[in-house]
Design a protein around this ligand. Structure first.
Ligand code: FES
Length: 91
């Protein structure tokens, strides 16, 4: 029988450190809660300052982003992890 963890909250891996995600918080907010300073400006998907490389895993957008990003990047201010993710800060 396979064990499935249904209610597990996703983990963000950043620079080898694991950050347990709080429900309802963005990737940016979760990383900030762990005491890591991230670059940001608008926090609404416009400026692109919070661009972050998504190394693995999946996120969902909480609003329609307008900033330009590459295919392997996310806007950390307006995404939430839906699986465990690994990210790399660009700035
Ligand atoms: S802080 Fe501006 S797009 Fe994320």
């Amino acid at each position: 029988m396979n064990s499935v963890s249904v209610n597990k909250t996703p983990t963000i891996t950043l620079d080898g450190n694991n950050i347990e995600c709080a429900q309802g918080k963005s990737v940016l907010e979760n990383i900030e809660s762990a005491g890591v300073e991230m670059a940001y400006n608008c926090r609404e998907g416009f400026c692109g300052v919070c661009r972050t490389k998504l190394v693995s895993g999946q996120v969902e957008y909480t609003l329609d982003p307008l900033a330009f990003i590459d295919d392997d990047e996310i806007l950390s201010c307006c995404t939430k992890p839906i699986t465990d993710i690994e990210v790399k800060v660009i700035y």
